[in-house]
Every structure is written in C-alpha cells, then in structure tokens.
Design a protein around this ligand. Structure first.
Ligand code: FES
Ligand SMILES: [Fe+2]
Length: 403
C-alpha cells in the first residue's frame, strides 16, 4: 500500500470512528432471506454454479515440496490430486482413473513418478498421460491420448496453490483485481507452512463465512480476546469486484503490539496499515486471511453438506523450521484456536434457528456490509433468473464497489 492509500485508509478509519450514522448516501440493506441458508434448490445452484467454478485454496507448496510429491484434496467436493511434477510445476487432476473411475491414490499424500490404478492397473504419468493398459489386446482401437487424467486449473500466489474446476475461469490474478497487487507485500513465496487444523461444524457454510466478514460481534463473543485490543467502531471496509473484500480495523492503542509475536521472525516490506492495524481479506467465496508480518492464519470454509461444513485453519510464517519451531508457536496457535472456538460457538444453534419458522431474514447494518456484498456476488454468479422465488437479494451496493 503506497503513501496515498495509507493516508486514505487512516482517514477512513477516523471517519468511521467518529460518524454518528452510516454515510448519508449509504443504502438501506434489504434483509437476507433465511431460505438462502436452507433451501435445497438454492443450495444446489450455489454448489453447481458458485463452488464448482470458484478459485479455491488447495494446499501450501511446502506440503508438496519435492518433485513427484502429491496430496489428495477433498475439501472442494471432488476428489483432486494436487502435485508437483518433475519440472517443479504445480498440477491438479481428478483422482479418477479414466477406465472405470477408481481412485489413483487412496492415501492422503505421497511421492511417485506417476500413478498406477489399483483396480486394473492402468498407468499414468505425473502429467496425466495414460502410458500403459493391462491386456491392451482386448481393447479395440483404444486411443491412449483420449484417456489422459482430467486436469483442473491450478495457479499459485507465492506458495499458496489454488485450483478451479472451471476450465474457462479467468486467471486467478486477474480475478483478484485490486487485491492482487496489495497482496504482494506479504511475499507469499517466502512464507512457510507451519501447521493446519480442521473443525467440523453443524451449520450451513455461510453461517460461518458471515461471522468472518464483520467485527460487529467483537464486544460480545470476543470480549475477553480480540475486543481487548481492536476498536471495531473504526473498521473501514473495501468492497471489490467479484465479491472480494477487505476490512481494516484499528487497534485501540496505536502503539499496541501483540506480545505473543514479539521476537518472532518477520517479513520485511509489510506496510504500515497491516503492520499496525488488523487487516482481513476475503477471497471469494471462502478464503479469509488476516495478515501480519510475523505469520498469517489462512481460513477456509468448506460446505460438507447443506447443514454441515468444515473450517480449515492453516498457519504460514517467515523462516519457519519444522524441526525447530519458534518457542512462541505453541501458544500462538492455541490462542488462535481459542478465538476460533469463540466464533464457532453459536453456529449450530443459528442453523437450527434458520430452519425454524422463528426466523425469516437478517437485517444487516452498515458495519455488516461485506456480508451483503458477498450475497450480491452469490446471486450474480448463480444468475438472477435462476434464483428460486423470494430468495434473491436486491442489488444495492454497486456504487460502493471499488474497482
Ligand atoms: S478403473 Fe482404473 S484401471 Fe480400471
Ligand atoms: Fe470473530
């Protein structure tokens, strides 16, 4: 972030802290219909047209560090092998043999020069090419070139590996728009994998995504943690194209430093705003990331059913040696997990409410506008004409989207 942008964000935080009402021209946000979290038809459209076509974080490069390393990724809903080929490039294929669909790998990760299907022994290279078929004489005119493994799009931001099931998707960097340049300061190519944990939660995935798009809840559920140092009333949000967004929340005391990170290795070049405030990005639809110069937790929210989801939390950090982790990591990760549990605590009950006649829709306030922006994008991706009656959200935030 350059000097102009830094000054702008500081002004915006001052404005937010001092205002007595939303900005005059800010629209009234229509309620979000509860059915968007429960209606099977709506959720099917969401799955097919949004999740199956989105750029989704798959893994960290350190998890497939050597040539021929591969990892099985199931979070996206399809079985996918993400691998590093013999030239060091990242590739992704469905874990699906092109004979009769058996899995090529059944372990979570491994290393090899190719894959041999466990069912009838068809063999593939790391580039997905079919090279050998048992009893080939019994097939008539089998064209090997027509039976390569089915690839998925696979692109990286530094060591973060993303996949997309949509062959036509625009390149990740273009898709990120204004965020792409801003993210460069964190130098993802230098941030090592520290650890990853997952949590199964009984609610529709959007119940949790919503929770990570606002800081309105700090005073209640994070009273004893985050609220002690963040001033939620100064939060400024940027809504970006394609549903992405960012919020910047000032520290209560400008000179505050997280004591849990003092002395840990840092990346140079992280600018003033993310260094001295709490910045949090949303890469649409499910990737939340509050960066700091001494490490970043990456959160992904995955639907595992209409009423269940998985949260995956991964820490990445500069100069991390897995053999000799910095002594502060244990406590840092434990503190983060405590905050996560605060966020997850009401989710199953919220889901119950969403399914009961006791709840029809959510009135969102100005502070919660990133949630509304997220939902507008959901409708844009599904296509307004396909949305079941009564479940669409009205488009009101376009003038507030910063290109
Ligand atoms: S299903 Fe893989 S070889 Fe038959
Ligand atoms: Fe929270």
């Amino acid at each position: 972030m350059d000097a102009v942008e830094t000054a702008q964000i500081k002004d915006r935080m001052k404005f937010e802290a001092a205002r007595k009402s939303p900005p005059e021209d800010f629209p009234q946000l229509p309620p979000i219909p509860a059915g968007r979290y429960t209606d099977p038809k709506f959720l099917r459209l969401e799955r097919e047209l949004v999740w199956k076509r989105a750029w989704l974080y798959a893994c960290h490069a350190d998890q497939i560090a050597n040539l021929g390393d591969w990892m099985l990724v199931r979070n996206t809903g399809s079985p996918v092998i993400v691998l590093r080929d013999l030239s060091g490039d990242f590739k992704a294929f469905y874990n699906t043999c092109q004979h009769r669909g058996a899995p090529l790998v059944t372990e979570e990760s491994g290393n090899g020069r190719g894959f041999v299907c466990g069912y009838h022994g068809w063999s593939y290279t790391l580039d997905g090419k079919l090279t050998a078929v048992r009893d080939k004489r019994d097939f008539t005119d089998l064209d090997f070139s027509c039976h390569s493994l089915k690839p998925l799009r696979c692109e990286t931001i530094g060591k973060l590996v993303f996949i997309n099931e949509d062959a036509e998707a625009e390149p990740l960097r273009e898709h990120l728009g204004p965020m792409a340049g801003e993210l460069e300061q964190y130098q993802f190519e230098k941030l090592d994998f520290v650890e990853s944990r997952s949590y199964e939660v009984e609610c529709n995935v959007k119940v949790l995504i919503d929770a990570f798009l606002e800081v309105y809840h700090l005073k209640s559920i994070h009273q004893k943690s985050v609220d002690r140092f963040l001033d939620h009333r100064g939060m400024t949000a940027s809504l970006w194209p394609n549903g992405h967004s960012r919020m910047v929340t000032p520290n209560k005391r400008p000179d505050w430093q997280d004591p849990g990170t003092i002395g840990m290795p840092k990346v140079d070049g992280v600018t003033e705003i993310p260094r001295d405030n709490n910045v949090s990005y949303m890469i649409y639809p499910n990737f939340v990331m509050p960066p700091s110069d001494s490490g970043i937790p990456l959160l992904q929210f995955w639907p595992t059913g209409d009423r269940t989801c998985r949260v995956v939390s991964t820490w990445i950090a500069p100069d991390h040696d897995p053999e000799k982790p910095h002594p502060k990591w244990e406590e840092r990760a434990a503190n983060w997990e405590r905050i996560l549990y605060e966020d997850l605590q009401f989710a199953p009950q919220i889901q119950e409410s969403l399914q009961s006649p006791g709840f029809v829709g959510m009135p969102l306030n100005y502070q919660e506008r990133r949630i509304y922006h997220w939902h507008e994008e959901l409708d844009r991706r599904i296509g307004a004409n396909r949305i079941p009656e009564g479940l669409a959200v009205e488009k009101v935030l376009s003038p507030w989207v910063e290109a």
